[in-house]
Structures are given as C-alpha cells and as structure tokens.
Design a protein around this ligand. Structure first.
Ligand code: ZN
Length: 270
C-alpha cells in the first residue's frame, strides 16, 4: 500500500520535533520471521565484556560507566553497564536493586553539572545484548529539547567544547567515586610540552549555544575516557552485518530507532 497517503502523526508538529518541511511516512517493511542476534549475544563476542576498565570513566566491583569517545551535542551522554554479561530482565535481585541505586546516583551526578536541566534515562537494548542504560543530559533552558526527541537532537546540536566535556566527565566520575568505586576520568590538564592535537572544532566552540561555560584550560590529548561505539560495534567483523557507512552516526540513533537498522557501529577502540 502506498504510504505517502498516511497522514503525519501529531508529533511531527510538536515544537520538540527536530525537522520541518515536506515529509512522508516511510513504508513499513515486512516483519522478519526470525530476528538476527544482537551484537554480543554470546559473551565471548561481547564488546562490553571485552573492554578494559580504563575505557570507562568510573568503575566499581559490579558496575561501570562510560562516555562517548568524543563530545556530542548534549552536555553529557553516559552509559551505565553491569559487569556481568546480563540483560535487564536477567538481573538477579542484588544487581536489580543496585541498578536502581546506580540510576538515581548517576542521574544526580549528571544533573549536578552546570547547564544541565534534566537527565533522560533510556534503555533500548536493540543493538547490544549486554545491559546498557543511557543517560542523556538536556541543556538548561532548551525547552525545545524536552522529551522524546532528545536523542535525535544530540546529533543535531553543535558539539560542545572538548575541555568542558572532559571536565564534566571528571566531575561525574568524582561524584560517583564519592559513594565508592574508582574514578577513571581525570579533569583536563595543561600539556606544556606540545600543542594539542585534539580535533577541537573552533566552530563548535564559537557558537557556544548549549552552555555558556567557557573552557578554562587547554585541551590535552590524554586518555579518552570511553568509546561507546565499542558497545554498539557488537558483531565481530567475521559476522555478516551491514557496516555503517558513516562512522559519526550516533550509536543512540542505532538503538532508539532513528536509524533504519540497529546496525552496530564499527569504531576503533581507543
Ligand atoms: Zn557482555
């Protein structure tokens, strides 16, 4: 049935909807009889299980928190994972209870950052099998970003300055470490020996539309706290999957349904 006659749903007229202009509903594909395995269904192939602690911003005995491998449009996007190779519905009572505590703690930590109004907590789980909860910070004052489409706006907004992002990662890590575990992310520090080589876009810095906080220290090419793409790059190369042609595509989009297929994102571990 031709779908260009399907009326557009109301949400396309919401102020928070990121797009405007002529649109039509995409034709609905036929359902598959058997869904393909998610990345990391087998613990032996699980990227999360195989990623070392130093790729995270904070670690504890049973939980780890990681960031994206680079700043994005939102002030903070973090992932909470359990160490055990389990999905949400498989958690034993101990981990289930701790998930609640960790969720509240991480929400508070992110909300404590300057310029953050609200923290959206999401679990999609269509991309990778290993439990991973998304924490997305909505910038204060940006009422247009409220609600459902925040994960889409993350790809649309200008990228926040890297020094500010690093500082925020360190703040969240330190906050969490105040309750236990170990902070891995460190605040940015001045590197006197050599100029920075970080791809720090002056244009992204110049617009400053997300948060007026100015970076106070030069960026430094020290450890990148995390690579979320690793999580989504679940399938090993030997398995058949459609590679993402755009390595900058948000892994959030892969899971939230913004992308056509929740294809794992090939991305190098840093
Ligand atoms: Zn795993």
């Amino acid at each position: 049935m031709p779908d260009n006659t399907v009326p557009l749903p109301d949400f396309t007229r919401w102020p928070s909807f990121p797009f405007e202009g002529d649109m039509r509903v995409r034709p609905l594909a036929a359902p598959v009889e058997v869904e393909p395995p998610r990345s990391g269904e087998d613990a032996a192939d699980c990227v999360a299980c195989g990623t070392p602690d130093d790729s995270y911003i904070w670690i504890s005995e049973r939980w780890r928190v990681r960031a994206m491998d680079r700043p994005t449009g939102l002030p903070m996007v973090l992932i909470l994972e359990c160490r055990s190779h389990l999905d949400l519905g498989d958690l034993p009572n101990l981990l289930a209870a701790e998930l609640g505590v960790m969720t509240v703690r991480l929400e508070r930590a992110i909300r404590s950052l300057d310029g953050v109004a609200r923290v959206h907590v999401n679990r999609w789980g269509d991309g990778s099998a290993h439990l991973h909860m998304w924490f997305l910070a909505r910038p204060y004052g940006r009422l247009q970003l409220r609600g459902t489409f925040l994960s889409l706006w993350d790809d649309i907004l200008p990228v926040i300055p890297e020094p500010q992002w690093r500082e925020n990662l360190a703040l969240v890590a330190a906050w969490l470490a105040g309750f236990g575990g170990e902070a891995i992310a460190e605040p940015p520090h001045i590197q006197w020996e050599s100029p920075s080589t970080i791809a720090y876009s002056p244009t992204a810095n110049a617009n400053g539309t997300i948060d007026e906080t100015s970076p106070e220290t030069p960026d430094s090419e020290d450890r990148r706290p995390a690579t979320l793409g690793d999580i989504e790059a679940a399938k090993p190369p030997s398995q058949t999957s459609t590679p993402d042609p755009d390595p900058t595509t948000s892994p959030i989009a892969a899971e939230s349904g913004a992308r056509e297929e929740p294809t794992p994102q090939p991305q190098a571990t840093t």
